[in-house]
Write a protein that binds this ligand. Sequence first.
Ligand SMILES: Cc1ncc(COP(=O)(O)O)c(C=O)c1O
Length: 431
Amino acid sequence: MDTVAKKSNAQRAKEHLFVAQQPYYEEPLTLVNGEGTRLRDDQGREYLDAFAGIATTTLGYGNTEVAQAVAEQAKELIHVSTLYLTEQQLDFAEKIAEIAPPGMTKSFVSNSGSEANETAALVARTAKNSADFLALEYAYHGRTVYTVAKAGLSNWRNFGPQMPHVAFVPNPYCYRCPLNLTYPSCEIACAKSAKRVIETQTNGAPAAMIAETIEGVAGIIAPPLEYYQVLKETLAPFGTLLIADEVQAGWGRLGDGWFGMVSTYGVVPDIITSAKGLASGLPIGITITRPELADAFKGPHINTFGGNPLSTRAATVTLEVIEKKHLIANAKKQGDALLAGLRELQKRFPIMGDIRGHGLMIGVELVKDPKSKAYDAPAANRMLEAMRERGVLLGKGGRWGNVLRIQPPLIFSSDDVKEFLKAFESSIKSL
Ligand SMILES: Cc1ncc(COP(=O)(O)O)c(C=O)c1O
């Protein structure tokens, strides 16, 4: 008879995983399986998932079309490397060219958002013959050395000495304007300030500026709708390219079209990077651009797993299901309902300082009092725990860790919205 007590998963993680991983919750959650918008833990408890594995499980859990395609593909061929072609990668690249803005017909497929941004930087550097870059304050672009250099959040710049040549532009954070101005009378001065940053802190011709369409990790900082137009016009005289980091905002999440910067903000960037929701949770990253930029980067460039037949097949099927089930329109509909419901609650709960976002990318910034806007990070932690107790998962972010992030699968239904809002109301009351 086995008399040795089974270790808890928290203990096993402590013994064998890097402490840097930092799972959510005081008692980390061990997840076992899922269906639709629901996840189940190892105690058999069910959760409504409003964070989608960080905005990634676009089609929810157990989607049969993706599961079937992946199973078939796994039997056929899983891996070849970028040294060979596969029908799956070519079909996928053609599909991307079909849905990308006109002219953006070439892509490089990798395994993650960080890699997609690294590739974009290589392309921009080569095409523009400049190693200087601009990024936004509070930005997050990944965990490789180059992307950490572009992090505008001090807690994520934790690598020791950073690569030089990245200058930061004040971000479009209207709730806490870095320039102390008020929208719309500010006339988007934050975007215009890129001119001064270029003139004073770079070589005068930065290769590119990278920007998350909506800053996610920073707490869903959604710029005013004219922001990217003004930014692009400001960058143009310097020949500086605009890279849209759509790792979180892409594939319909903002509810207006495939790419948030293009459809919600009306601006076509020079390079689009993405990852997360593209392959329903299989690892993938992508860098999309025009032939003249892509072809300026002669390589050689290699990525062992990049463009593998399993992930690219899953991605093509994911895009087809998004189209077939009209999930972009659903993101808009459910996102609007969530925003409206949260704004109703805000009237009664002043701790909800700011509510912002588009489609199914929504942030609720918690403050100690709406006048001082003093940030309330402990309340955000308590909200996460309270929502978990009520069977709902959501995320957290923000420069001060005081923003709740709501980024569910795009299949979120009207009933899910009602259930979410009910749990949210009860949780915020419990604070
Ligand atoms: C906007 C943005 N860019 C890049 C990344 C990095 O992606 P990955 O973790 O897949 O490397 C993330 C991850 O959260 C992200 O939110």
